[in-house]
Design a protein around this ligand. Structure first.
Ligand code: GLU
Length: 465
């Protein structure tokens, strides 16, 4: 029988959720969903100095925003201390682990000597019990650390779903400290106990953890645990080929929300970043779940491409209803100092959404309708020429009597152009400038319709007076 799929996302809450972490979470989530498994959230908060409740909140908020629902958790490692201690106790009792009383100074001296001899510094096993070996006398008053009795011979090997077969000689691995002198368990050990207890079948994580894996496999084997399958996902690079960092722009997932990205766009983009389904660039969450596999996770690092993200975001903005987008940008308009009035925001959104790459842009464009109206005298001087004023007066007079619909407005403009032998911009530009304060707007008839008859007539009349 094949093992039920159980994946986990195991962030250390030392800061916000960054793009790399979000992608790992997404891959783990998608893998669990694809194989009808469970997705577990485990907060690795044993580093008490660096872990904060704010970071936990920030990570949960970001997972929520990306809609990466977990089936179990959040579990907190700090609440599993008893369990880790119990396992360490069992390992000490039957010799899978042992006490080491070497002081830090002693270990420094040991490494110094090894370096002087030109060998790689590593723990020399001085406190490791062996049949027939006499251990040093236990020093008084020195609290020991606990070390894992790593196999001496042979090698650890696993078939990494991203990287292929990786083999590390046990001779390369130290007897890892699994509990510090104060009794607290160490990072790699906690991960093993939890992966075991949580019956994790697939560990999908960043390849910065690949060095931990042989150690973890040895510990898991010593625990008698069924080994998970590992997939170490290559990192994300910035556009310049360096590891993605703040230098390249925002790396905090929530910054993308603030910058006007839709969660479905970021999810689509992150999924495509280091994983592929043929040439598909745009796919829904459902498609992702039905297609996601480890075979198509890229073997080489992915490159962050802000232009592509914007293109994808524009796609998803176009997919959203005008009403939805209106709700999303209303607070942004308020923040920009705009005042929502009788001009329907959803209709305004409809005018601009096709070209908006972010909600920020959409809100900025929508401000054309909601900012405090201030005539731009320079623009007026350029566009509202003495020659055009009578035509504008006629527009106001006749416009006042028509039904205020886009098509009617367009027809009136056309008639006036024909009657006076004018080209479109000669009339459209002054209308735009007088009514909106800007010479660049979407289609003039649509814009005038939205501003409303009373406002348009009033502004045109005042402008030419
Ligand atoms: N807590 C680790 C991190 O945030 C992840 C450990 C793991 O996935 O095994 O980098």
């Amino acid at each position: 029988m094949t093992r039920p799929v159980r994946t986990r996302f195991a962030p250390s809450p030392t800061g916000f959720l960054h793009l790399g972490g979000a992608r790992t979470a997404l891959f783990s989530w998608a893998y669990a969903r694809r194989f009808a498994g469970a997705f577990v959230l485990r907060v690795e908060d044993t580093d008490i100095e660096r872990s904060t409740p704010e970071a936990v909140e920030a990570i949960l908020e970001a997972m929520d925003w990306l809609d990466l629902g977990y089936d179990e958790g959040p579990f907190y490692q700090t609440r599993h201390m008893e369990r880790y201690r119990a396992v360490i106790g069992e390992m000490l009792a039957d010799g899978r682990a042992y006490h080491c009383y070497a002081s830090p100074a002693e270990l420094d001296a040991m490494r110094e000597e090894q370096r002087a001899q030109g060998v790689k510094p590593r723990y020399d096993g001085r406190w490791r019990p062996e049949p027939g070996k006499t251990l040093p006398a236990i020093p008084a008053g020195v609290p020991p650390v606990v070390r894992f009795r790593n196999p001496i011979d042979g090698a650890v090997s696993w078939n990494d779903l991203c990287k292929g077969v990786i083999t590390i000689a046990n001779a390369e691995l130290d007897d890892l400290i699994i509990a510090r002198a104060d009794g607290t368990p160490t990072y790699n050990f906690c991960v093993c106990v939890d992966d075991w207890d949580m019956r994790i079948s697939h560990v999908i994580r960043g390849d910065d953890h690949v060095n931990n894996t042989p150690r973890q496999i040895n510990i898991l084997s010593a625990l008698g645990a069924e080994l998970p399958v590992y997939a170490h996902v290559p990192m994300i690079l910035g556009p310049d080929g360096e590891k993605l960092s703040k230098r390249h722009g925002a790396v905090n997932v929530m910054q993308y929300r603030d910058d006007g990205y839709l969660p479905e766009a970021l999810v689509n983009y992150l999924a495509r970043l280091g994983w592929s389904h043929g040439d598909d660039e745009i796919f829904s969450r459902e498609q992702l779940v039905s297609w996601f596999d480890a075979e198509h996770i890229s073997r080489s690092p992915a490159q962050w491409d802000p232009k592509k993200l914007n293109w994808i975001n524009n796609h998803y903005i176009k997919q959203r209803s005008d009403a939805d987008l209106a709700e999303l940008i209303a607070p942004r308009i308020a923040a920009l100092g705009g005042e929502l009035d009788d001009i329907p925001l959803a209709a305004v959104v409809g005018l601009f959404k096709d070209r908006a790459e972010t909600l920020v842009q959409l809100a900025q464009n929508a401000m054309l309708f909601y900012r405090a109206f201030a005539p731009d005298h320079a623009l007026i001087a350029t566009h509202v020429t003495p020659a055009i004023k009578p035509v504008l007066a006629e527009f106001a007079a006749r416009g006042d009597k028509i039904e205020w619909q886009r098509a009617e407005i367009a027809a009136l403009i056309k008639e006036l152009l024909a009657a006076h032998g004018l080209k479109m911009p000669q009339l459209a530009a002054p209308l735009r400038v007088l009514v909106s304060g800007s010479a660049q707007t979407p289609s003039v008839d649509a814009v005038l319709e939205l501003f409303g008859k009373a406002r348009v007539i009033e502004r045109v009349r005042t402008g030419i007076a």
